[in-house]
Design a protein around this ligand. Structure first.
Ligand code: SAH
Ligand code: SF4
Ligand code: F3S
Length: 504
């Protein structure tokens, strides 16, 4: 039964009207490992999104909003909720920020360059705000959860009107109203996660593929990572709520769903009233009539045999696993607090490949973690050679204020870090090309997503393993699952020709 009470407000939220701008900062908690780890074990309340009052539904009448999203799928999906909330308030989406009445940036804090981009954008908008004082300029998402960011905005970007965080998105109508009628900057960031709010308005941006949150937050506290602070503790949605959403998507004709969580393998561990794991969820989802189910991201540590067993049944469960390794050296992994060794990781990969021989594995890798030696980096290269990933997202380590790694001694120069990134990418690209080359002549199942961006006579789609493929065919195949023969494999994409149709 869904609890019918209203979503609670964190006690540290700000009484907006009684505070001056400069006073707000003290209401925030900096990302702090000790404090964050103290987070309670108390069960999270599940509440339904309450209907918004009639006056707020008129707020955006004949007005436009411009939303820009940075970061991961969690943010992309949050933006679908934000768009839903704007629409509830009567606002219309617009692509041109110059004519927008509200400009909102849904931000990412994962690396410094992600933040720099946003600071650049809000700096650039100073002129527009001067020309159009009635414009509301807002910031939400992961950067808002950082005290250092909020302080910097209060100090150097006073033309920002609204800041809210990742835990109080459902409060957008009320906060926007405050921003519209307040001369002060409106800042409401909850340092502690709130309830799980179900049935929020949502406007999905794609009619074929959908994202579904299965859990929020992260409790892994990898020493380099800001996410456990910006997204709060792990909270699983109840299986019945997830399954109900999937059922609705099936009825609406969605062809693909990606289940989202920072560490989906930890799904269910926090559900106090039952014993239900990610493998159980996947088993239940297998029965739902959606042709393609994906998930991201799985942490190697919680990847258990039950999950491998259910994934090996395939059907609507795709044979692609994104399994971030971060480093191939056990000492670095230990200092990253990843809680597995190189050997454990390789053993897991071996088990997965044995159970699902045609699996495609992709990964994330960080180079230049504080103190990483050339020998340790070499172990990352050799692991990549051994696993033979089809694709990897590679990053130079970026220190995040408040995380343990940010204060670790680091004697590796920036130049050396960049050099390692180039060398790693060379290996990854070569392997990716070889893996694609091995597919020459194979016939694969493709979900056709639309016309290719460069040629309207060519369609684009994704294989079960999530590889992008282009092939000439008519528009009538868009939205269908078809068979395509791979004719010309390339490093990043495949070129093919239509063979047979499935499900047309
Ligand atoms: N929850 C996911 C990761 C989300 S962040 C997981 O654990 O797999 C996506 C990727 O960003 C991470 O896998 C990591 O490779 C990278 N990343 C995170 N923090 C970083 C930092 N401080 N510097 C560089 N890369 C980072
Ligand atoms: Fe960050 Fe680690 Fe959590 Fe992934 S599992 S979000 S890398 S702390
Ligand atoms: Fe970025 Fe937040 Fe996602 S920091 S990667 S948007 S969880």
């Amino acid at each position: 039964m869904t609890n019918s009470r209203q979503p609670s407000q964190d006690s540290s939220s700000v009484d907006l009207k009684s505070k001056k701008k400069k006073d707000y900062a003290k209401f925030f908690t900096a990302p702090n490992l000790t404090e964050a780890k103290k987070r309670g074990r108390e069960a999270i309340q599940v509440v339904d999104f309450p209907e918004i009052p009639e006056d707020l539904k008129q707020l955006g009448k004949e007005k436009h909003f411009y939303l820009r999203t940075y970061g991961c799928q969690a943010n992309e999906h949050d933006s679908e909720t934000i768009i839903g909330l704007f629409q509830e308030m009567g606002y219309t989406a617009i692509d041109d920020e110059k004519v927008a009445d509200v400009i909102l940036f849904n931000t990412c804090a994962i690396r410094e360059n992600a933040e720099d981009k946003v600071f650049g954008e809000i700096g650039r908008l100073k002129h527009l705000k001067k020309e159009k004082p009635e414009l509301v300029l807002g910031l939400c998402g992961c950067m808002s959860q950082e005290e250092s960011v909020v302080n910097r905005i209060l100090r150097s970007y006073p033309h920002v009107d609204l800041i809210f965080g990742t835990h109080n998105i459902h409060r957008l109508p009320y906060l926007l109203q405050d921003a519209l009628f307040n001369k002060e900057m409106v800042v409401e960031v909850w340092s502690k996660e709130g309830d799980v709010v179900e049935r929020m308005p949502k406007v999905r941006q794609d009619g074929l593929k959908a994202w579904v949150n299965i859990m929020y937050g992260c409790d892994k506290f990898c020493t380099y990572c800001i996410v456990p602070y910006t997204r709060g503790k792990e909270r699983s949605r109840r299986p019945e709520d997830v399954l109900e959403e999937l059922q609705e998507l099936a009825e609406q004709g969605y062809q693909e769903v990606t289940l989202l969580g920072q560490n989906v393998n930890a799904y269910g561990k926090d559900l106090t009233d039952r014993n239900y794991s990610f493998a159980d969820l996947m088993e239940d989802i297998r029965q739902i009539d959606i042709p393609r189910i994906r998930f991201t991201t799985s942490h190697p540590r919680d990847f258990d045999d039950d999950l491998i067993e259910v994934l090996a049944k395939k059907g609507n469960l795709m044979e692609h696993i994104h399994l971030p390794v971060q480093s191939g050296n056990s000492d670095i992994l230990k200092r990253m607090a990843r809680k597995y060794t190189r050997e454990h990781y390789l053993e897991l990969v071996g088990k997965i490949k044995e159970a699902i021989p045609d699996v495609v594995l992709t990964t994330d890798i960080i180079v230049g973690f504080p103190g990483e030696t050339e020998e340790q980096f070499q172990e990352t290269l050799s692991l990549v050679e051994e696993v033979r990933y089809d694709l990897a997202y590679t990053f130079v380590y970026s220190p995040r204020v408040g995380t343990p790694a940010a204060v670790m001694e680091d004697d590796v120069t920036e130049e050396e870090k960049k050099n390692r990134l180039y060398r790693l990418n060379d290996v990854i690209n070569r392997i990716g090309r070889e893996k694609n080359e091995a597919l020459r002549g194979h016939v694969v199942e493709v979900l056709v997503e639309g016309e290719s961006k460069t040629n309207p006579d060519v369609l684009s789609g994704r294989t079960r393993t999530n590889k992008l493929i282009h092939f000439p065919a008519g528009k009538e195949y868009i939205g269908k699952i078809v068979h395509v023969k791979i004719i010309e494999p390339q490093t990043w994409t495949l070129k093919g020709e239509l063979v047979t149709k499935v499900g047309v």
